[in-house]
Structures are given as structure tokens and as C-alpha cells.
Design a protein around this ligand. Structure first.
Ligand code: GLA
Length: 714
């Protein structure tokens, strides 16, 4: 927690609005837009994200006239501007003039314009054109009173495998390894005759005959993140050099892919921002919103950040045709705000008339402003206005206090995507998300931490798999446990060093001593297989938990080297046809599955399979109890979340009722949405919300409303 970006956004109000693409419409529509924005309470519009072709119609020829009118129209209407640099989408002339600056895929195919994100981030022509347009925009609008923030680029994340990337990759590798000898060692090039004798022979991991070198592939991901960070920095510096004092951000993207190592990006941004598209809008969508928000707040050092994009009522992201009801849009927005966002911005203001995102939806839908969904956004605008005081940050400490943290690192994700791992079903992102989900279900506030972070402020730290682990991370985890912390580790963690060299002597490699276990053999499971776990020491499960724990994907032949065995593998799954050969659990039957190793004043816990959702919840809830972690509010009914956001002098307790029944909130606070005091109890309707201003930490209860009341779905 040494760095807390979040500088420069207004502290006296929450932002509401979203991406605005006026270039798709005539100027008469702009006027209507501003009228409707005022009507809905919109106070922020993100402009210019994909406007390069209009802003620079020919190389070096700029046309800012239309943008001048847009910015002024918004300003006159009281709407602030988040001004983007348009570098995520170079125009067609750029391809013609600089064919070498087009990206090349791993298969060697060079792309051209026609969509977006067609640029080779290492190409000198692309970089200088990007700096130039960023500088021009900053010179023109850098001190405009409407300017709220700079939005550099859009969702960095396009990889390039071409010649410019190859040259930059070699320079990056030379800085990292100094000598070819070191690189050969790190990449284990003795394998399959890959030994390099000249830097010129080192290429990006392009398509090759068979399996790629995993260390090579991982380094390329590291390089690509650093290279994109350099590109971001150049634009940021070009903007700052003009004297513009508006905060600079770039929007991170979750969850379907990740090409950035956000811990090292965070200090380079004045304020972190996130584009977050839910992977489901079922009940799990609520947990997913919390996941994205907790991640970005954590990258932000616990400080304020901004939700730059979320979908409106309909979304087509990643092929998912997701629909959100207006009440869900409101609760999702408050979930992000409760977890530190300085507002709720959307993609996008007006649904496009055509183009490849015509069906993505907007605050103004195709149906127009006379619609149920627009009325929902008007309500959201009023709610956010009534919560303005929430935007003020506390004098010190994080916005959200958590006793539990989850270790998260992009390298864990990337390493788990390298070829030919012991199981094809290892999924880093799903493991992390699963850990966060059960903590959300149990009502705990959660931070994410980097593997080498200082863990001392937490009671429980979860490591839901992290294949490569550094010595420094292991030392930090040991210090944490010795000092009284509880560490819980999932399988496929610590098996390798940062170059993906397997740690010899048994798994889980670098964490073996701390966990007090040793694994000689891995027994990955087929997708249809599961293993059941029994209670302490008893293969018949007689002393086990009421519902036996179930493991998926993975099991191990584990022996204790000092750890207490808390659960064992029960053996063959009944559903498996014994005649078909060795069944799930047969190789590990009776062996330890869950252990606890007392070290210093704390304990290091290990689970050697991936527990299914209910089992994971049971196990993690038990860990929270042992570690003494405190829930935000004890005993909330299912699907009701309570989140406390600390503020300047007062805190705000958000109660978001995702369930279909009303709940009763009681405690020392006043609801900012209704003005009602909660001292005598206030009813939060099904799928409704309350935001209590309070100076107290304790004394709150959230219970089922005795008057009941089933909500109508939707
Ligand atoms: C991303 C982009 C937007 C838009 C949305 C929805 O988040 O930033 O430009 O494409 O997805 O598809």
C-alpha cells in the first residue's frame, strides 16, 4: 500500500455518463443529446476514443473544428469531458503510409485496418503518430474548463509478433538477461536444440511446428506489457509536457483476456480506470461486479478509481448476449461505487444506428429516451447525485478495509496459458474468481495483493494457484505466517521459479517447507471426474463435514512433512466404471487432501485439489473463522451484500439486496437514498439498495423482513 493513485478526479461528486460518439450523428442530435444528458443527470462524457480518422484526416493535417463544437456543447450543458487520445484505431491512410506499422499475428499474417486496434505497438511510425496526436489534443484542450481527465488510448492489449516487435523484444531481453548465456539458461534452450548463438535469431514466439518454449512465451507476455506501458508513458508525457494538469488514465479491461501486468502499470496512472463486462448477469453477475471492483481498487493501492465502462441494459461483448434490468444496472453501479469507484460510466451514451456494435446498447437505446431503460438511467442519475458525499476519500488508509486478501498476478494467468501443463483444465482466472466468489458469498471484504506485497495487515491470505513464485514472495508469505497470519494455498502453486523451471525435490516446490507437505505424483482428473474428501484421518468420512467436500480437475499423492492432515481422499467416485481402468481418486485414495501446518504464530493451509463451489465455500469459511476475519455485517441473508466505504469523517455502508425478498436493516446510520434513519430499522425492498451514512463500525444487522414480500422478478 505504498502508492495510492486516484489523484485529480472531483472529490465532491460522483461521475455519471459514458462513452459518447457524436461523430456518428448529425449536429442536431448533439443538441438533443445534451438536453437528455441534463435530464438524466449525466455529468461526464468520454469523447474521441475512436476519432483519429476525423481528427487527422491526412498525415499531419488536423481538423479539430468538430471536436471544438462537441466539447463546447457539452460544457455549455454542464457535462464534463473525459478526452481520449484516439490511438487505439489508426485510420486507413495510416495503413497506406506505414504498412510496416500494422500488427502481425503469431502465424505471420499481417493485419490491415477495417476494424480497430490495428497497429504494431513497437512500430516507430505508430509511436510517433500517437505522440503527435496526443500532444496536439493536449495543446488544444489541456486547459479547457470542461476537461475532467485524459483517457489515453483504449484498453491496451493488442499483441504484435512482427519485425518491430522482434527488435524491441531483443532489446528488452538484453536488458533483462545481459548475455545470451543467461537467456539460454533461463529459457532452458538445451531442450530441443533451441540454444541461441546470436541475438538476431531470437524471435517473438511465432507459430512453430509443435509446442512453444514456455519461458520464451512467458517472457514475451512480460515484454508486451512493458512495451505497451512505454507507449502509454510517451503519450502521458506528451500530454503533461503541454502543462495540462488534468489527471491521466488509461482504461484496463476485464475479464476475458489480460495482456497487462497491472501492478507495474498502476504507479504510472494518476487514476486507475476499468472497463468491466460481466461474464454473466445471473446471480453470479453480482459477485463478478464485486470481483472487478476489488481488483482495480487493489491495483490502485486501496484508493479511489473510476469505472470507465460497463454495459447498459444489453451487451454483446465476447459473444454474450446479456441483458440487464434497470434495477441491476443500479445495484451494479453502487457495487462499484461502494468499492471505490468515483462514479459509474457506461459504454455508451447512444446505441449506434449501425456498425459492428449496433446491438451493444446505450443509455439512449434504439427505442429512444421514451423507454423503461432510459427512465432507469434517470433514476440512477438521481441516486448518484444523492450520494455525492461518498466521493470524498478518507485522510488515510484504504477506502475499504479487508481482513482477507487474494494473491493475484498476471504472470500466474500467463504461465497457466503456456503449453502442455499437467492438465488442460487449469484455469488461473477461474481459480481466482472462485476464491473471490466464496468470500463474497460469505460477506467478507476482499483485497487483492501482489505476490511480493507486505501481507501484514491481513488475517487470511489466499493463493488460488500461482505456478511461478519468486523467492521474495515465499519469504514474504513465511513472514506473514510466522507473524500470526493464515495462508491458504491451492494446487499448482509454487511449482516453478519465474522462468518456469520446476523446483526439484517434490511439489509444491518453493512452498513445500512452509506448507509442511510433499507431493511426489500428480493425479489430474478428467473433466467428468470428481474426488470426494473425508474428515480428519478417517477414510470412511465418519468425522468429516456434513456434506463431504468434492474436488475437481486435480488430485495429488501427498504426504505430510509436519502438517496436520484435515481431510483425506475418499477414493473411487461411485459414478466411475471400475472396469474402464483406474478411476478418479484411486491413485490417491486414503491420502491427505487438506492440511494445516502451524508455523510461528500462524498457519499455512494447503488443499491439493480444486474444490467445487460449495466445498470451497465451506473450507474458506472455516479458514476465515480460524483466522479471526470479520465480515462487514455478520449474518446477512443470502444474496444481500454489505460493503463499507470509508470516507472523510464519515463512512458509508452500502446494502445491496440482490435477492427476491425484502430485508430489514437496523443500526446507527441514515439512508442517503430515502433520508430514513436505520435506528428503528428500515426496509430495503427486493432488488433494492440503501446507503447508510455512519460513523460506527458495529451495531448493524441485516435480516429477512418479517413482513416478507416476494418481489416480482425483474
Ligand atoms: C470495450 C471497448 C468499447 C466497446 C465495448 C463494448 O470495452 O472499450 O469501445 O467496444 O467494449 O463492446
Amino acid at each position: 500500500m505504498t502508492h495510492a493513485p486516484g489523484r485529480g478526479l472531483p472529490a465532491g461528486r460522483l461521475l455519471f455518463g459514458g462513452d459518447y460518439n457524436p461523430e456518428q450523428w448529425g449536429e442536431d442530435v448533439w443538441k438533443e443529446d445534451v438536453v437528455l444528458m441534463r435530464q438524466a443527470g449525466v455529468n461526464a462524457a468520454t469523447v474521441g476514443v475512436f476519432s483519429w480518422a476525423l481528427l487527422e484526416p491526412e498525415e499531419g493535417v488536423y481538423d479539430f473544428g468538430w471536436l471544438d463544437r462537441v466539447v463546447q456543447t457539452l460544457h455549455d450543458g454542464g457535462v464534463g469531458v473525459v478526452l481520449a487520445t484516439p490511438t487505439a484505431s489508426p485510420p486507413p491512410w495510416f495503413t497506406r503510409r506505414h504498412p510496416d506499422a500494422m500488427p502481425v499475428g503469431p502465424d505471420g499474417v499481417r493485419l490491415v485496418h477495417g476494424s480497430r486496434d490495428t497497429y504494431a505497438v513497437s512500430a516507430p511510425a505508430y509511436r510517433s503518430a500517437s505522440r503527435a496526436i496526443a500532444q496536439r489534443l493536449a495543446e488544444r484542450y489541456g486547459d479547457h474548463p470542461a476537461l475532467l481527465a485524459w483517457h489515453v488510448h483504449n484498453e491496451y492489449g493488442s499483441l504484435d509478433f512482427g519485425e518491430h516487435a522482434a527488435a524491441a523484444f531483443r532489446r528488452w531481453l538484453q536488458r533483462r538477461y545481459s548475455t545470451l548465456e543467461e537467456l539460454n539458461r533461463a529459457w532452458y534452450t538445451a531442450f530441443w536444440s533451441q540454444h541461441y548463438t546470436s541475438w538476431e535469431d531470437v524471435l517473438p514466439p511465432r507459430r512453430t511446428q509443435y509446442l512453444a518454449n514456455p519461458a520464451h512465451a512467458l517472457d514475451f507476455r512480460r515484454f508486451s506489457s512493458d512495451e505497451m506501458l512505454d507507449a502509454y508513458r510517451e503519450q502521458r508525457d506528451a500530454i503533461r509536457a503541454t502543462g495540462s494538469s488534468a489527471p491521466v488514465t488509461t482504461n484496463f479491461m476485464l475479464p476475458s483476456w489480460n495482456h497487462l501486468e497491472q501492478w507495474s502499470w498502476a504507479p504510472e496512472l494518476d487514476v486507475l480506470s476499468l472497463d468491466h463486462y460481466l461474464d454473466t448477469v445471473g446471480p453470479d453477475g453480482e459477485a463478478h461486479a464485486a470481483y472487478g471492483a476489488d481488483l482495480v481498487r487493489s491495483w490502485s493501492g486501496g484508493g479511489p478509481w473510476l469505472l470507465m465502462e460497463q454495459s447498459t441494459i444489453s451487451s454483446t461483448v465476447a459473444g454474450r448476449r446479456a441483458h440487464k434490468e434497470p434495477d441491476r444496472v443500479l445495484r451494479n453501479s453502487l457495487s462499484y461505487v461502494a468499492r471505490g469507484s468515483q462514479g459509474s460510466l457506461f459504454f455508451q451514451w447512444r446505441a449506434p444506428a449501425a456498425g459492428s456494435e449496433a446491438w451493444h446498447g446505450g443509455i439512449v437505446p434504439h427505442a429512444g429516451a421514451g423507454s423503461r431503460s432510459f427512465r432507469g438511467f434517470e433514476r440512477l442519475g438521481r441516486v448518484l447525485e444523492s450520494l455525492a458525499e461518498v466521493a470524498a476519500a478518507p485522510q488515510d488508509g484504504p477506502l475499504v478495509e479487508a481482513d482477507v486478501a487474494i494473491v493475484w498476478h498476471a504472470e500466474g494467468w500467463w504461465a497457466t496459458e503456456t503449453p502442455q501443463l499437467p492438465s488442460d483444465d487449469l484455469d488461473y482466472s477461474a481459480a481466482v474468481r472462485g476464491a473471490h466468489r466464496v468470500l463474497w458469498q460469505e460477506g467478507f471484504a476482499v483485497d487483492f495483493v501482489a505476490p511480493e506485497a507486505d501481507l501484514s495487515r491481513y488475517r487470511l491470505v489466499l493463493v488460488p494457484s500461482l505456478f511461478p513464485v519468486t523467492d521474495a514472495a515465499v519469504a514474504g508469505m513465511r513472514r506473514f505466517v510466522e507473524g500470526g497470519g493464515h495462508l491458504a494455498v491451492w494446487p499448482f502453486t509454487g511449482y516453478a521459479d519465474e522462468h518456469l523451471h520446476v523446483v526439484p525435490g517434490g511439489y509444491p516446490g518453493r512452498l513445500r517447507d512452509l506448507l509442511g507437505v510433499r507431493v511426489e505424483e500428480l493425479h489430474p482428473l478428467d473433466p467428468a471426474e470428481r474426488v470426494e474428501l473425508t474428515g480428519p484421518g478417517e477414510p470412511d468420512g465418519s468425522t468429516g463435514p456434513e456434506r463431504p467436500l468434492t474436488g475437481l480437475t486435480w488430485s495429488e499423492h501427498l504426504s505430510s512433512e509436519g502438517a496436520e492432515v484435515l481431510a483425506r481422499y475418499a477414493g473411487l467416485d461411485e459414478g466411475v466404471d471400475e472396469g474402464a481402468g483406474e478411476g478418479a481418486g484411486e491413485g490417491v485414495a486414503g491420502g491427505p487432501a487438506i492440511t494445516r501446518h502451524a508455523v510461528g504464530r500462524g498457519a499455512a493451509h494447503y488443499v491439493s485439489t480444486f474444490l467445487d463451489g460449495p466445498s470451497l465455500r465451506t473450507w474458506v469459511a472455516g479458514l476465515c473463522e480460524q483466522a479471526g476475519a470479520r465480515r462487514v455485517v455478520e449474518g446477512c441473508p443470502p444474496l444481500v451484500e454489505a460493503v463499507r466505504r470509508r470516507g472523510a469523517g464519515v463512512d458509508h455502508l452500502f446494502v445491496l439486496n440482490h435477492s427476491r425478498a425484502a430485508v430489514r436493516v437496523q443500526g446507527p446510520g441514515v439512508d442517503l437514498l430515502t433520508g430514513a434513519a436505520a435506528a428503528d430499522g428500515l426496509v430495503v425492498p427486493a432488488r433494492g439498495c440503501a446507503v447508510l451514512r455512519t460513523t460506527e463500525r458495529d451495531g448493524f444487522t441485516v435480516t429477512a423482513d418479517p413482513a416478507g414480500g416476494e418481489a416480482t422478478p425483474g
